[in-house]
Structure formats: C-alpha cells, structure tokens
Design a protein around this ligand. Sequence first.
Ligand code: B12
Length: 201
Amino acid sequence: MLVDLDIDTIAEATQLEIDAGTDPQTIMKALTDGMNEVGSRYEEGEYFLTELVLAGETMKEAFAVLKPHLSAEEKGGKKPVVIATVKGDNHDIGKNILGTMLMSAGFEVVDLGIDVSKEDIVESVKKHGAKVVALSCLLTMTIKEITLVNDALKDAGLRDTVKLIVGGAPLNMQLAKELGADDYGADAIDGVKRIGALLEG
Ligand code: B12
C-alpha cells in the first residue's frame, strides 16, 4: 500500500492488521520495506518528488495508528535520549521509527524534530540531563552538522558525559567516527541496541 501511495486507506488497513493480531514489529517492517522500494523507484527515475512526498505522508498515516502499539510501558530509571534530525535536513521517517523503537524498549525519548540547530541540542541535553544524543542525517550536504554538534557539546563542557550516535543513509561507522560521533547505527533496531550499550558503558 505504501508503494501504491494508498494514503486514504493505509490507516484503516494498519488498524485491521493490529486487530487481527499481527505483530506490530512485522507491520513496521512491511512499512519500512515499502519505503525502501519507493526510494529505489525514485532512484531509478520511476517515481518523482511528488511520489516521495506522498509516500512520506502515507507512512505517517500508518505510523500514527501503529505507534501506540509499539510503545511499551516506561521501565524508568533510564536517562533520556535526545533525538533529532540535523539542521538543514527535513527527513524524519527514520528518526521517528528510531524514537518509537526506543520508547518501546523502555527508554525515555526527547524528540526535538527536524532541522534542529546545535544550540537547541545543547540546551536540551542540559535541560534533561541526557546521556545520549542520537542524530539522524539523510543528506550528504548536512553531514557536517554532526561535527558542529560534537564541537558545540565540547564547548558546553558536556562531551565527556554525553555519547553521540548517528544514523542515516549517507553514513557508516568509519565516517561517523571521523565526524566525531561515538557510534553509528545501521537501522533503528541496531540503534536501540547500541544506545543501550552506550548508556551502560
Ligand atoms: C521519503 C524521502 C523524502 C521525503 C521526506 C519525508 C519525511 N517526512 O521524512 C521528502 C519528499 C520530503 C524528501 C525531501 C528531500 N529529499 Co529525500 N528521500 C526520501 C527517501 C525516498 C526515503 C527516506 C526514508 O524516509 N527512508 C525510510 C526510512 C525508514 O529510512 P532511513 O531514513 O534511512 O532511516 C533508517 C536508517 O537509516 C536508520 N536511521 C536513520 N536515522 C537514524 C539515526 C540514528 C541515531 C540511528 C541509530 C539510526 C538511524 O534507522 C532508520 C530505520 O531503520 C530517500 C531515498 C532513500 N532510499 O533513502 C530520499 C533521499 C534521502 N532524499 C534526497 C534528497 C536529495 C531530498 C531533497 C533535497 C529533494 C529536493 N530536491 O528537494 C529534499 C530534502 C529537503 C530537506 N531539506 O530535507 C536524497 C539524498 C541524497 C544525498 N545523499 O544527499 C535521497 C537519498 C534520494 C536520492 N537518491 O536522491 N525526501
């Protein structure tokens, strides 16, 4: 349905799957696979920007229904994780999935949204006493923001107490380290595991 850009009925279909007892993680995987297929079609010139926008909106419709079913009760005792999409980047589907997965794993999440400045990230870390900052970056031209956030955390005297993890299509572990991050997550599931380890280590 995502690939067909079926925005009017995807919410209803998602609800039907939930009512039928389908594992919410399975539904999420189907949606992510669908989005990846949209991405491939765009890259191959079969889909254009209009389809991309509509696919993003279609994903949001389904995700709104799915989200409450992914969130488990708060386990508590964990320091919040600040998540954001870097400045200049408006892609939020991957970040939102990471946020929901973190919540469903019992983490407290402070989601600063998209196009977030380094100043807002530093302020939020201070305000919430966060021990992990997780940044999403989908655009090659905005990866430099990761270094800027790293430097801003250093300048604020926070870098020794806060870990920085990044994710998104243009990144990999080596690049993440070069940009100043402590870790890189290939997908939301990997990210949740790594954030758990960063909070413990
Ligand atoms: C949907 C989409 C859009 C939608 C975004 C809707 C939204 N609300 O997010 C719209 C249409 C708005 C859009 C706009 C643009 N887009 Co766009 N978009 C995509 C597309 C097709 C899919 C991205 C997506 O949501 N994937 C699904 C999610 C689930 O995957 P994900 O984001 O990668 O996240 C997963 C992992 O990466 C990881 N992850 C992500 N973040 C993090 C963070 C952490 C900490 C961790 C651990 C893990 C993690 O976990 C997630 C789940 O497993 C990609 C192509 C692609 N194949 O990726 C292009 C793509 C990212 N877009 C691209 C471009 C160029 C643009 C525009 C500049 C187009 C334009 N000319 O205007 C604008 C940018 C505007 C801006 N300032 O941001 C390029 C980027 C090229 C580059 N390397 O720089 C891509 C790669 C398409 C292409 N091949 O050209 N886009």
